[in-house]
Design a protein around this ligand. Structure first.
Ligand code: SF4
Length: 316
């Protein structure tokens, strides 16, 4: 039986970013250096495949530091942690390694610097996301005000409209965040912020590739996890850019083939915490059912790499 023809648009950049790559390496190196078990506070990156693979090597994932014994090393996830967490680990004399992405740490430093200069902080982010919790936790409780939407901007109660600064979560929608920043600047003209926003290069580049790809796709699949903020944003960006059927899939087994019936083109991308192996699995699944022609949609090239912390580079 002849297979139907399908053009598969493959977005680039897609998948792993430098911060995720570094965080995974840190856990692997910690297990090699100290032996198993090595504890990891929160999923090191938001991907079940990655977490399961590290668990098989000897990582133990917990949500709170209190769940870790004093005598085993603990790694803090790429999303960042409130200041109270390393403080508590130090008080217990624990060996700990911070795998916070350097681009998240940069936002932490910004928030602290503005606060030291007497500015009240506003954070644009998603309530409860570990990165938001971590960034807000760089300052004492209640010092950072959270806004999630343009509507929140109208209601936020500040101490002094002339002494304000904002930071953002790194994995937000570039376009939605621009609207929130514009609303903040309209209400508080003196507000200080980063040059554009704190959205990282990986989030920006993956969204740009999706925008270029979406208008020509009958369907679009984003390989990623439901709790991955940047993956969820890729789905939204795809829909807004003209592909009505944009869906998140954790891996090939999750594809709803019935919903794809009759398509002639599909776009495939992956969130920053999704390994390429899962993308290849999705492409292979399409090749089983369709006569696939792959077209690459490349909007940027990336060559960012982050060093692992010194404590892991030293000989054991
Ligand atoms: S998505 Fe951006 S901020 Fe998050 S780990 Fe990757 S590079 Fe760092």
């Amino acid at each position: 039986m002849t297979k139907p023809a399908l053009t598969l648009y493959l977005a680039a950049p897609r998948g792993f970013c430098a911060g995720v790559d570094r965080a995974i390496k840190i856990v692997e190196m910690a297990i090699a250096k100290w032996g198993a078990p090595v504890y990891v506070r929160h999923e090191i990156v938001h991907n079940k495949y990655v977490v399961d693979a590290l668990r098989d090597k000897g990582a133990v994932f917990v949500e709170e530091l209190a769940e870790c014994p004093d005598d085993r090393p603990v790694i803090f996830s790429a999303h960042g942690v409130p200041k109270s967490v390393p403080r508590a680990a130090a008080a217990r004399n624990m060996v700990f390694v911070d795998a916070t992405c350097p681009l998240v740490s940069k936002v932490h430093i910004e928030a602290q610097r503005h606060s030291e200069n007497g500015l009240q902080m506003i954070m644009i982010g998603h309530a409860g996301h570990p990165e938001t919790v971590g960034t807000m936790g760089q300052l004492p409780e209640g010092e950072v005000l959270l806004v999630e939407t343009v509507d929140d901007v109208a209601n936020v109660q500040v101490r002094d409209a002339h002494k304000l600064a904002f930071v953002t979560q790194t994995t937000l929608s570039v376009d939605d965040t621009a609207d929130i920043v514009a609303a903040l600047q309209a209400r508080f003209p003196a507000i200080v912020g980063p040059h554009k926003e704190d959205i990282c290069y990986a989030t920006t580049n993956r969204q740009e590739a999706v925008k270029a790809m979406a208008p020509q796709c009958d369907a679009m699949l984003v390989v990623g996890a439901p709790n991955s903020s940047n993956s969820q944003r890729l789905v939204e960006v795809g829909r807004k850019a003209g592909c009505d059927y944009a869906q998140l899939v954790m891996r090939a087994a999750n594809i709803d083939w019935r919903a794809l019936d009759g398509i002639r083109s599909v776009g495939v991308t992956a969130g920053a915490s999704a390994p390429e192996l899962l993308v290849n699995e999705v492409i292979d699944a399409f090749k089983e059912r369709y006569d696939v022609r792959v077209e690459h949609v490349e909007t940027a090239t990336e060559n960012v790499e982050f060093k692992v912390p010194r404590v892991l580079r030293e000989p054991a």
